[in-house]
Design a protein around this ligand. Structure first.
Ligand code: K7E
Ligand code: CUA
Length: 669
């Protein structure tokens, strides 16, 4: 019997050794920020955001990466970054979009797209409250939506949206996660065709897509698309409580201009919030409304059993013209080029954040229903009734600030609105329409987030403002300055700024939830005996190397602290070598990595129980090493192997060994 050396040290030992190298600890961070601002006040601020070493945060925050295409996970109140979840962009840190298993996740009708622009995450809900099953996020540039598991913190599904361009008013879940939506920012010819841009008006259309979510598995499908007039649909929020069953979309460019938009799309005093009664549309569809239109869009799904994603090209989509669904779609006139369109926790108030308006507009859902019953219309646009402004308007908040963008709510009847131009967050009471407090932000704030903000039950202890410009807030790092989040304590009457922390990419929206919703169910390993990857190995005896013409398939395993096999000979220049690598570990927090010199891809970082594949096409003869990229044990540096590459046509036999034996021919440990 052969003995395979077992490491004496474990990961814990190794990481202790590394920690002593002396990075900044949480202690030194907090004392530094306190001494920077000085005084007792900053001391108490620091205390509020301070999470002692080894302690856990109270909340998770999922902050979109904007032009990074990803979703970052932070803790609140510490602002500590835990993880970047790759969604729409390749991530060489984790091998996402580089390994053969996840490449299909980035497939679209335009081919494989390695990057995306992610904006609005939203957590799934049951009965109007966060249920912590999934977080959804949209992609703007190549219209897509994604579903991410809040158990594995991995992207499980990406669905492309046809007939859309600039998928911005997305994702935003309904009360029971019946739907997420995808409203197009750019109107386009539907179907696409070659036509003069000057003929935009009346000919370009804007699609609002409703994506159904399977209540058990979460699978996404486009239930229907409403083909709307050629406006720019900007943001959206669902109704809730009494307004459950409705969805509200803000729009600008009701002028339908197509050039110098900053002027030409800012002419009308009022644009529209579109109110859509999706329950009524479901009834129409049940009676046969809508027609199937040919389309071509990618539907990418992760398979938990095979640890592999698959792309299906969908070929049709159900489209609905507004005239087919009378009584289901209305326009709410709203000053002026509204950006955010936000619904309060009761579902009664619909807030229009008119970017160019002097006032915040608060519409009343009850008044809207009455106006519909009373037919209080001011004409129509393309056959869609325009409700009378006075008949639906609850009131306006005059001169609250400059350039309102987004509003979130607490449970005490208050709204918090960001003002981009005047760089502030303003707290106001929705019913009394009074400003209660305001606080500067540094600088030019976009979205803000209160955990559970898009639900009936916000957790109104913290508010995160996400700022576009940071300038002097941090040490300079060349021309590119990070974007920044600022954390406020909103539990008292006044907004209290307690922490600045830098963010990844450009955070647009974020979603947050209490830690206890997710922490206990977080996945720790993938069970090896449930791994159905076609090239998975479940022990070292199963590892092997097989030649099929010019292709070589290596079924390799990794465990502390060796690969099996670790020496391979008989590979030739011109071969295409597949490394299918399984991490045999079944302990929490023991990934291994693998990298191969000359491989034109990223390393792989493989979690316990998982199989991943990369391709290596050796161009030069020689003996080439591969190694583990993640410091997995005290003997991590010993975790390596060699591949001998002979000339094309060489007769060197294909062999593979571990400790000079063929794996599986000896009894395994
Ligand atoms: Cu205001 Cu994309 Cu939600 Cu950014 S959007 S700020
Ligand atoms: Cu395995 Cu380092």
């Amino acid at each position: 019997m052969k003995t395979i050396f077992k490491p004496l040290f474990t990961l814990a030992t190794a990481s202790m050794m590394l920690a002593s190298c002396g990075g900044p600890s949480a202690d030194s961070h907090s004392s530094k920020s306190a001494s920077h601002s000085g005084g007792a006040l900053s001391g108490s601020m620091a205390e509020k955001a301070f999470v002692a070493p080894g302690e856990h945060d109270e909340y998770y925050a999922f902050i979109s990466g904007g032009f990074s295409g990803q979703l970052a996970v932070y803790g609140l109140p510490s602002g500590r970054l835990f993880r970047v979840i790759p969604v729409f962009s390749q991530d060489p840190e984790k091998g996402y979009g580089y390994n053969e298993e996840t490449k299909p996740m980035l497939m679209t009708s335009h081919g494989m797209i390695p990057w995306g622009d992610s904006h609005h995450p939203d957590i799934s809900q049951t009965n109007g409250e966060l249920d912590g099953r999934w977080v959804f996020i949209n992609e703007n540039n190549t219209p897509r939506v994604a579903r991410i598991s809040l158990t594995s913190f991995e992207t499980e599904e990406i669905l492309e949206i046809p007939n859309s361009a600039g998928n911005h008013s997305s994702t935003f879940v309904t009360e029971n996660t019946e739907y997420i939506v995808a409203g197009t920012r750019f109107s386009i010819p539907i179907p696409q065709k070659d036509m003069p841009i000057s003929e935009y008006k009346g000919n370009f259309k804007g699609a609002l897509s409703f994506i159904s979510i399977d209540p058990e598995e979460g699978h996404m499908d486009i239930a229907f698309q409403i083909i709307m007039p050629g406006f720019n649909f900007d943001l959206a929020h669902p109704g809730r409580g009494k307004s459950h069953g409705w969805f509200f979309f803000s729009s600008y460019n009701t002028e339908e201009s197509n050039t110098l938009m900053e002027v030409n799309a800012s002419q009308n005093d009022k644009d529209f919030i579109t109110a859509i009664n999706w329950k009524k549309i479901e009834e129409y569809i049940a009676k046969g409304a809508g027609k199937k239109m040919p389309a071509n869009y990618a539907h990418n799904t992760w398979n938990d059993a095979t640890h592999t994603a698959e792309t299906v090209m969908e070929k049709e989509v159900l489209v609905i013209n507004p005239e087919e669904v009378p009584g289901a779609i209305y326009f709410l006139p709203t000053p002026k080029s509204p950006h955010g369109c936000d619904v309060d926790p009761t579902g009664e108030y619909i807030i229009g954040n008119g970017k160019l308006a002097a006032a915040m507009t608060v519409h009343s859902f009850s008044k809207m229903i009455k106006a519909i019953d009373d037919k209080a219309f001011d004409g129509d646009a393309y056959g869609i009734p325009i409700l009378n402004f006075e008949a639906i308007n609850y009131g306006t908040l005059e001169q609250p600030g400059l350039g309102p963008l987004h509003t979130e709510f607490d449970t005490r009847g208050n709204a918090y609105t960001t003002f981009f131009i005047s760089s502030e967050v303003v707290k106001w009471n929705v019913e009394s329409l009074e400003v209660l407090d305001r606080h500067p932000v540094y600088y030019s704030v976009g979205h803000l987030m209160i955990p559970g903000g898009n639900s009936r039950k916000p957790f109104d202890k913290y508010l995160v403002a996400m700022n576009k410009i940071t300038k002097d807030r941090y040490l300079p790092t060349g021309p590119e300055v990070c974007q920044s989040a600022q954390l406020f304590d909103i539990s008292g009457d006044k907004l209290e700024l307690i922490l600045d922390f830098p963010t990844i990419g450009e955070p647009h929206y974020a979603a947050g939830c209490p830690a206890e919703l997710l922490a206990d169910k977080s996945q720790k390993i993938f069970k090896l005996d449930e791994n159905k990857h076609p090239y998975a190995v479940h022990n070292e005896a199963e590892t092997k190397v097989v030649r099929e013409g010019n292709e070589i398939h290596i079924s390799m395993s990794m465990i502390r602290s060796h690969f099996s096999p670790d020496n391979i000979e008989g590979v030739r220049v011109g071969d295409k070598v597949y490394f299918h690598v399984t991490n045999l570990e079944q302990d929490y927090d023991v990934p291994h990595g693998i990298s191969m010199i000359g491989a034109q891809t990223s390393e792989l970082l493989i979690m316990p129980g998982r199989t991943e594949t990369f391709i290596w096409e050796p161009k030069q003869v020689g003996v080439w090493p591969f190694y583990c990229t993640d410091f997995c044990s005290a003997l991590h540096q010993e975790m390596q192997g060699y591949v001998r590459v002979s000339a094309a046509g060489s007769t060197t036999p294909l062999t593979y060994t571990l400790d000079d034996e063929v794996p599986g021919t000896e009894e395994e440990l």
